[in-house]
Ligand binder design. Structure first.
Ligand code: AMX
Length: 461
């Protein structure tokens, strides 16, 4: 069957039963102990939520529905023989847990294309911002403006029963994913290309069309975009953007109001939801997630890495020696900054998302000087971070590599990079959101305590 929604229709009752059984048979099984360090340390290592689409192993890295990145590259349908996976295939995998056929992926590409038209007010909302506003601010504004079309919100207002919540969520998520490339490329062209937009090419797949609308048609860049969108989709549930999307989707929103004014026009997108009466729809949830992604310790690190690499070259010239590089790393650390692109909250080895980008570079751009610099950093940075003695993971993460690949094909504006990450992340967060609704997962509400509470508790232990 080529229809993704009907596949889900079949799967959902099975998974609902599975969850019911898990609850009734094992609800009281202990999963570990919480200590004070965990409470003070950002809940590291505390198992605290259900996230079906992917699972992260500290040593091995991410698995999407049980498949590692090399396995996905092996089994997911591609546009080019032996090439990179099509992100539509990964979306299918995340949603259903099954590897799709090429026909199913092609059908999904077409479905996304049909859903991709963006209402004019979205562009006006973006235009109301100064062109100098950060690309992530412009992008998130576009996502908030898309929200006025939420099917979930309409259905909820009409009194849709809980058991059917997942259906308008599915519609919203697929519409959102479909509309992000035109919105994101609009932001890029507005800021960096004098506002000259490029029409979509309906013969292309999702990632290739996105690259085309940005203004990059080199077949290797299309392959890079397919890989890029595939690997940034999902990284289990506890990272800032995924968790924010998940949390918000289940939270009761008191009032969200969003007003933009400019000299020519005032656009008011007012979403006022009565306290305690509504679940945030996928647009609201995803906009919240994007705001988390825009932080420098999370998604913004890809921007920071390229800017940092360029600052190395500015200071030392393009023939950087190993010693100069070491000095620059130490200088960064001594000025109180982090080395962007290295370290991770969960991972304890080189990120496989880094490794597959390295493979891509070795295959397509081995001579690129910035790639060679990134390779040198792979040798220089981990021993220095290890020497600091406090860094739990000295190895590179996904963001250490992506910038130099994009830069190679002409997408050199680092400030834009986190938007690409955001487009991709819609697939992971959106897929889990559909399952959140299908499984009827409850509102998240962990317990917090004060220092006084902890002190008293520990005294009495
Ligand atoms: N450079 C310098 N110091 C680092 C470091 C790095 N790359 N990585 C970790 N440290 C420091 C921490 O700042 C912390 O110092 P502190 O005790 O003085 O506050 C100490 O080492 C212990 O941190 P940790 O337990 O190893 O990491 P964490 O879970 O607290 O933080 C992360 C993880 C990613 C925020 C951190 O490694 C970092 O800041 N890296 C650089 C930014 C980056 O690349 N972020 C992208 C991550 C991937 C993503 O989300 N896209």
């Amino acid at each position: 069957d080529l229809d993704l929604k009907s596949q889900l229709q079949e799967l959902i009752p099975e998974q609902q039963d599975r969850l019911k059984k898990l609850k009734s048979e094992h609800g009281k099984v202990q999963l570990g102990n919480i200590n004070v360090d965990m409470v003070l340390g950002g809940m590291r290592g505390m198992i605290g939520m259900l996230w079906e689409t992917s699972l992260l192993d500290p040593e091995e890295g991410i698995r999407f529905r049980g498949l590692s990145i090399p396995e996905c590259q092996e089994v997911l349908p591609t546009a080019v023989k032996g090439g990179e996976p099509l992100p539509e295939g990964l979306l299918w995998l995340l949603l259903t847990g099954k590897v799709p056929t090429k026909e199913q992926v092609d059908a999904l590409s077409k479905e996304l294309l049909v859903r991709s038209s963006v209402p004019a007010h979205v562009y006006k909302a973006i235009d109301a911002l100064p062109v100098t506003a950060h690309p992530m601010t412009q992008f998130t504004t576009g996502v908030m403006a898309l929200q006025v079309e939420s099917e979930f919100q309409k259905a909820y207002d009409k009194g849709l029963p809980k058991t059917k919540f997942w259906e308008p969520t599915y519609e919203d998520v697929l519409n959102l994913i479909a509309r992000l490339p035109p919105v994101a490329s609009y932001v890029y062209r507005r800021i960096f290309k004098d506002g000259k937009s490029i029409e979509a090419d309906n013969s292309l797949d999702y990632a290739a069309n996105f690259s085309h609308m940005l203004g990059f048609d080199d077949p290797k860049m299309l392959e890079l975009m397919r890989l890029y969108i595939t690997i940034h989709t999902d990284h289990e549930g506890g990272n800032v953007s995924a968790h924010t999307g998940h949390l918000d989707s289940k939270s009761l929103v008191s009032a969200v109001s969003f007003v933009i004014h400019s000299s020519e026009y005032a656009i008011a997108v007012l979403i006022v939801v009565e306290v305690g009466s509504a679940l945030s729809d996928p647009y609201l949830s995803f906009a919240a997630a994007l705001n988390g992604l825009a932080g420098p310790l999370h998604g913004l690190a890809n921007q920071e890495v390229l800017l940092w690499i360029k600052s190395v070259i500015e200071e030392t010239g393009s023939d950087v020696t190993t010693d100069q590089l070491k000095d620059y790393v130490w200088k960064t650390l001594k000025s109180g900054k982090v080395v962007p692109g290295f370290g991770h909250g969960v991972l304890r080895k080189t990120d496989p998302r880094y490794s597959c980008q390295r493979e891509f570079a070795l295959k397509h751009l081995p001579e690129d000087p910035l790639f060679q610099l990134v390779s040198k950093l792979y040798e220089v940075v981990p021993p220095i971070l290890t020497e600091l003695g406090k860094v739990k993971n000295p190895w590179p993460n996904v963001d250490a590599h992506s910038g130099v690949l994009l830069n190679h094909f002409g997408l050199s504006e680092a400030r834009y990079y986190t938007v690409l990450f955001g487009v991709s992340r819609s697939m992971g967060i959106g897929s889990q959101l559909i399952w959140d609704r299908a499984l009827g997962l409850p509102l998240e509400r962990p317990k917090s305590v004060t220092m006084e509470w902890l002190e008293n508790y520990c005294k009495n232990k």
